[in-house]
Design a protein around this ligand. Structure first.
Ligand code: HEM
Length: 402
């Protein structure tokens, strides 16, 4: 355990009735199959916002309404400290760790590459890739889904966008998967350094010889009339690397794990492929994969809590989509819902820049899979082993079919 993980004494501004002494990262039931159902305990047992002295001491927000208020309030909350416990060195990830207005021009640049229009133009090639990968495994009657499809589709798309060498797929992915695991501070800093070095090398290659990839285009971009600095470019690429290499894989793994245990939904999707978009959105609502932090920049109130400058706050985003105050029967996987307010992609100015891409990738995967492999189940004896951290990961999912 690092120093930062240790319990701290409860600060004077925190009333006893808002203290819940739990280590959110190390709860066995959240690091096991079925973790999203277990998350409901947070709504049932704990206040809407509470303070835990673990992991350096931080608030935990469990309800969607409070998340929506705080994530849109740049006057009191900052993204500048990107982890709980606070990392031993600052880890800048542009634009995520910048607050508006500094954040805005970088966000505008990124949305040129990840906005809905741009991403829609990529749909055919994403679908083609998903089809090819599903074809490759369909006759095998079994697969480890994450390596074969769940990560293979989004990570290949991302690596091609960035102009990264596909033969290093497994090496790059294992860097990110480990980075998002509950490793020691020292190891995370080391992994961050390795990711940075890879990105610096890639940027340097593009500087020498431009291609039609995203990095080559970033080298030509201007913000406020000037080109991006080396530091900014590196930081953007490190964020994209982290964001692009694991999140969609995890979201898909949780959705397919659920579907593999629900033949009646598989049959419905096979008979009505037009319901696949709803299925993806319901999966995003029910199986959130990100918990995001903020640091308080000025004393403020959130719900019944008084927050002080420098307090850390954890927004457990998966709980927003499971909040029974805004969703009827939240644990019911319901393809016919007319609305699905969730915060899988967060909210406010930092709402995930990759959300359009993520949705298209998940839809293409599920559509192509359902066409070729309409009935499937978990391999008998396979036990999923999710990891609960800022990113909720599931790196293996064994499926079988006839
Ligand atoms: C299901 C998949 C994904 C999920 C659940 C997800 C979730 C998130 C979350 C929770 C944030 C942080 C927002 C905050 O702290 O308020 C975020 C930010 C971001 N994501 Fe994603 N993400 C996904 C896929 C992607 C992909 C595929 C990319 C790009 C390749 C991407 C790029 C980004 C970027 C650039 C940001 C920073 C945005 C900003 O600060 O303005 N994400 N994402």
């Amino acid at each position: 355990m690092s120093l930062a993980e240790a319990s701290v004494s409860v600060p004077a501004h925190v009333p006893q009735d808002l203290v819940v002494d739990i280590d959110v990262w190390r709860r066995p039931e959240l690091n096991a199959a079925g973790l999203h159902a277990q998350l409901l305990n947070f709504h049932q047992k704990y206040p809407d916002i509470f303070y835990t002295p673990r992991n350096g001491g931080h608030w935990v927000v469990t309800r969607q309404a409070l998340m929506a208020v705080a994530l849109n309030d740049n006057d009191h909350y900052s993204t500048s400290v990107g982890m709980i416990p606070r990392p031993p060195i600052p880890i800048p990830l542009i634009p995520l760790t910048l607050d508006p207005p500094a954040h805005t021009p970088f966000r505008v640049v990124l949305m040129r590459f990840f906005g809905a229009k741009k991403v829609n133009s990529m749909e055919n090639s994403i679908r083609e890739l998903a089809r090819k990968l599903v074809e490759e495994i369909a006759d095998r009657k079994e697969c480890e889904f994450v390596r074969s499809i769940g990560a293979a589709v989004p990570v290949t798309v991302f690596m091609l966008m960035m102009g990264m060498p596909l033969e290093r797929f497994d090496e790059f992915r294992s860097l990110v998967v480990e980075y998002f695991s509950p490793v020691s501070d020292e190891r995370r800093v080391e992994l961050h350094g390795r990711i940075e070095n890879e990105m610096v090398a890639l940027i340097e290659q593009r500087r020498q010889k431009r291609g039609d990839d995203l990095i080559s285009q970033l080298l030509e971009e201007k913000i406020e009339g000037r080109g991006l600095t080396d530091y900014e470019l590196k930081s953007i690429c490190v964020l994209l690397f982290q964001a692009g290499m694991d999140t969609v894989a995890n979201a898909s793994a949780f959705l397919f794990e659920f579907l593999a245990q629900h033949p009646e939904i598989q049959a419905e999707l096979a008979a009505h492929p037009e319901k696949i978009s709803d299925c993806v959105e319901e999966g995003l609502r029910m199986f959130g994969v990100a918990n995001t932090p903020r640091v308080v920049t000025q004393d403020t109130e959130l719900g019944s809590a008084n927050l002080k400058k420098e307090d850390m706050v954890l927004f457990m985003l998966p709980l927003a989509g499971l909040d029974d105050r805004v969703i009827d029967s939240p644990m019911k996987f319901d393809l016919s819902r007319s609305r699905r307010p969730h915060m899988m992609f967060s909210g406010g100015p930092h709402i995930c820049a990759g959300q359009f891409l993520a949705r298209i990738e998940m839809r293409a995967m599920l559509e192509e899979w359902t066409k070729r492999i309409p009935k499937y189940s978990l391999r008998p004896g396979f036990v999923p082993q999710p990891k609960f951290w800022h990113i909720i990961g599931m790196s293996k999912l064994q499926l079988i079919w006839k």
